[in-house]
Design a protein around this ligand. Structure first.
Ligand SMILES: Cc1cc2nc3c(=O)[nH]c(=O)nc-3n(C[C@H](O)[C@H](O)[C@H](O)COP(=O)(O)O)c2cc1C
Length: 382
């Protein structure tokens, strides 16, 4: 949820009807078909099946918002595609364990939704009638993500957009509060007092932890007057940790030194992320920086969970991320489309699909437990 606030005009216009919806989507294909209809900015290309987009077309558009020249986005996707799994099937593992515990919360799988929001300014989906005949709103979108994830035994994120008035944020947090302990929230790297104001609301809503996407700091240049975001130094990270009553996750970490600073500041976890390529168009792939970050953090004895996002498109990708030392992944655009095209059921279906693929990948590589994935699962490249 990135730039301009929903305008009053958009909110009062009559909702636009969209024709051709599959009103009771039965599978992810149906959900994606619906998503394509509601998103002005995204054709949700089905390049490699399952709505997977390679960032190159054929839509010629974004998926949505790949940022600049799309390099960072494309690198994320290609990094996963470039990794191979060692297939091993002479063993006894047919029901591998996919459960993890993340900062005190039990999850059915090491997969959370990505952090996405902004129907109006990010998805071109505002004020349209959704597949169920009701108007698509921020709350409805957030509900799809959060309730869908909770039903799947995982966690969904509510987002914060720089231009979002506090009211919009509160509306999303009212959805979070319905799922006490089973929904999480993000705050933009605003000024410290603004962060604390939103954090009070997040905590009152019962979120077990929260994230700040520190990599949104660059948007300071584009922020609206009075809507300030800023880089956070070690001192400010520590202030946030001290203020918070719940663990603080720093999202958007791409280098070893910053990962170590977050650990030193007392962050509950970090998310290795380049914001899905949306903030800087020439970063490395997240999977290419993850192993060095994991090694440095663990070598110094820090135990905080390390998560990763960007380009995770199937269960095999999840296994690859775990083999590189991540404890869990976040899935952005596929969950986004699932919520837009199928609401709560759509997101549930998307989680189920990832879970099935993950289990199958584990059986086919001889992995018994997502908490103990040997790096040897990956073919070592020479
Ligand atoms: C439409 C859209 C909106 C986003 N809004 C936010 C946001 O508000 N906060 C945030 O931390 N990240 C935001 N992101 C970035 C995602 O959380 C995530 O880092 C990225 O999408 C993951 O990559 P993937 O989509 O390839 O899975 C957004 C991404 C998209 C596509």
């Amino acid at each position: 949820a990135e730039s301009v606030a929903m305008t009053a005009a958009a909110a009062t216009e009559a909702p636009k009807a969209v024709s051709g919806y599959i009103t009771e989507p039965k599978n992810i294909k149906d959900v994606l078909s619906n998503a394509r209809k509601i998103m002005d900015t995204c054709a949700a290309c089905d390049v490699a099946g399952a709505g997977r987009c390679n960032g190159k077309g054929p839509c010629g558009e974004t998926v949505p918002g790949m940022g600049g020249k799309r390099q960072s986005f494309v690198r994320n996707i290609e990094a996963f595609e470039g990794m191979s799994l060692n297939m091993r099937t002479v063993h006894t593992i047919s029901h591998p364990n996919t459960e993890i515990e993340l900062l005190g919360v039990k999850l059915s799988m090491p997969i959370l939704t990505g952090i996405t929001g902004g129907l109006t300014y990010n998805m071109g989906a505002a004020n349209k009638l959704a597949f169920d005949g009701e108007v698509m709103t921020e709350e409805k979108y957030a509900r799809g993500i959060i309730e869908g994830a909770a039903n799947a035994g995982s966690l969904g994120w509510a987002a914060d957009g720089i231009g979002d008035p506090l009211e919009t944020y509160k509306r999303r947090m009212s959805v979070v509060s319905e799922f006490k302990g089973r929904a999480v929230a993000q705050i933009k790297p605003r000024t410290q007092p603004e962060i604390f104001e939103r954090l009070d609301i997040v905590q009152a809503a019962g979120a077990p932890f929260f994230a700040i996407d520190v990599d949104s700091a660059g948007r300071a240049a584009r922020a609206l007057p009075g809507k300030t975001v800023e880089p956070k130094d070690l001192k400010k990270l520590k202030e946030i940790v001290n203020y918070a009553k719940i663990p603080f996750i720093a999202k958007g970490i791409m280098t070893v030194d910053e990962a170590l600073m977050c650990a030193e500041a007392g962050c509950g976890a970090i998310i290795v992320s380049n914001h899905g390529g949306r903030v800087l168009s020439s970063t490395p792939a997240t999977m290419h920086v993850l192993p060095a970050i994991v090694k440095a953090v663990r070598d110094r004895g820090y135990k905080l969970p390390i998560l990763v996002d960007g380009g995770v498109r199937d269960g095999g990708d999840v296994l690859k991320a775990l083999a590189c030392g991540a404890q869990a992944v976040l899935v952005g655009r596929p969950m986004l489309r699932a919520s837009l095209g199928g609401g709560v059921k759509g997101v549930e279906m998307q989680f189920k699909r990832f879970h099935t693929e993950l289990v199958s990948s584990m059986v086919l590589t001889g992995v018994a437990d997502v908490n103990k994935v040997d790096p040897a699962v990956l073919v070592q490249q020479v």
